[in-house]
Design a protein around this ligand. Structure first.
Ligand SMILES: Cc1cc2nc3c(=O)[nH]c(=O)nc-3n(C[C@H](O)[C@H](O)[C@H](O)COP(=O)(O)OP(=O)(O)OC[C@H]3O[C@@H](n4cnc5c(N)ncnc54)[C@H](O)[C@@H]3O)c2cc1C
Length: 385
């Protein structure tokens, strides 16, 4: 076992640190949360620095790297920025299209990305009546006589749905009923006739707002289908494994930023004639926070390493999502507690970090659903005989 970073990974971390110091100052971040999005200038700088191309094969115009390195990229950006960073969504979007898309679709995505720097598509999976229970979705495509399809339905909580040029949608084939498991994935231009959106207001993560999306007889053509017909649900489940890893990497970076602040504050704040670092109750908090961070980090990189080595991570990605999101929320919350009254103001970034991380106990599958996924598998794994 080797827990050290490679020379390239060390260099990557240094350049992320430098990039964040230059481009993601606290003032700029606050401004972007207020304006609900990143500036075009920042998006362009991220692309120009090459971060947005990481994980994409060279022959597709990218900078190849393994999943472990994509985890480091995500963790360290969130760490040095101290917030969730929407341009990392491209890492996830490109992963989907590389895994399931055709060569033409990969090229289409790369062309748009290189031109705009914006992640190519948002992910439209959840519906008002089907979040955890995706299989109960009722958005449906029906084939027309001319070979095209009409899509009808509604998606919700679509992160960056109003910003990115396309949306990747999973919808039922022909029959919207819950017994139908035949679904397909479609990459749909946001400006399609019949596609409308309306904003939803998050309590955190305002730098990447989400929205409702309505599909009213939206025409789809065969070339917009991503992956095999009828395999959309399977692809969706595969997509979640990487998404859960990157969500936890974001949580971990944010929680580490909170730890950096709180860890420094304990030797600066005095009560009863000594710094609060002297109190065992504060030391216990720091200890448990560090354990949460270290365990999350180990589980995150082990899971990514397993994916890099073509091993199934069905159980591990669920264990990681549940443990990592919960532990990071606890770290952020305890950091805020260490700051006392100041922690509950907007004078520090801790309130923002805590709200950002809290959302990730729901996004990408709730804490409870991770038990639903892992629990049944664990019962099978440990069954005698
Ligand atoms: C910040 C954020 C970003 C998001 N971004 C996107 C996005 O980009 N695209 C997208 O498609 N969706 C997105 N979502 C939606 C997210 O995936 C869903 O909210 C999530 O899957 C939960 O679905 P739900 O809200 O319908 O809750 P429900 O499924 O209605 O669950 C309600 C409660 O019941 C619990 N529950 C449900 N079933 C079970 C069970 N079998 N056992 C135990 N408990 C259960 C849940 O854990 C939850 O506590 C986002 C959500 C958030 C918060």
């Amino acid at each position: 076992m080797d827990f050290s970073y490679t020379d390239e990974q060390e260099l990557l971390i240094d350049s992320i640190k430098e990039f964040c110091k230059r481009n993601l100052t606290e003032n700029k971040i606050e401004e972007m949360y207020k304006n609900q999005g990143m500036t075009d200038e920042l998006i362009k700088a991220y692309l120009d620095a090459g971060f947005g191309l990481m994980g994409i094969p060279e022959d597709k115009g990218g900078i190849p790297c393994d999943r472990v390195t994509l985890g480091i990229l995500t963790e360290e950006f969130s760490h040095y920025a101290g917030c969730v960073t929407p341009f990392l969504n491209n890492t996830l979007a490109m992963r989907d299209i590389l895994d399931f898309g055709s060569d033409e679709q990969i090229k289409q995505c790369m062309d748009v990305y290189m031109k705009t720097g914006k992640p190519i598509f948002s992910l439209g999976f959840s519906e008002p009546g089907a979040g955890s229970d995706n299989a109960s979705m009722s958005s449906v495509t029906v084939k027309q006589e001319d070979g095209s399809y009409l899509l009808n339905g509604q998606k919700t909580w679509v992160t960056q749905g109003e910003v990115f040029p396309y949306v990747l949608v999973v919808a039922k084939d022909e029959d919207p009923s819950s017994k139908n498991r035949e679904m397909s994935m479609w990459m749909i231009p946001k400006n399609s006739k019949g596609l409308t959106t309306s904003p939803l207001h998050k309590i955190g993560q305002q730098i990447m707002p989400f929205c409702e999306m309505y599909f009213d007889n939206v025409t789809l053509t065969e070339d917009m289908r991503v992956g095999e017909k009828g395999k959309g649900f399977y692809n969706l489940m595969k997509n979640f494994e990487m998404e859960r890893c990157l969500i936890v990497a974001q949580c971990l970076g944010c929680a580490q930023a909170a730890m950096d602040d709180a860890g420094a504050y304990v030797t600066e704040r005095s009560t009863f004639g000594q710094t609060i670092s002297h109190y065992e109750l504060i030391q216990e908090k720091l200890t448990d926070m560090e354990i949460g961070l270290e365990n999350t980090r180990n589980l995150l990189y082990k899971t990514l390493w397993m994916m890099d080595n073509n091993q199934s991570v069905r159980i591990e990605s669920a264990l990681l999502k549940r443990y990592g999101a919960q532990s990071c929320e606890k770290v952020a919350s305890e950091a805020l507690q260490i700051y006392g009254g100041l922690g509950y103001t907007t004078e520090t970034r801790l309130g923002r970090i805590w709200k950002d991380v809290r959302g990730h106990q729901i996004a990408g599958g709730t804490d409870e659903i991770m038990v639903y996924i892992a629990g049944r598998q664990l019962a099978k794994k440990y069954a005698r005989n």
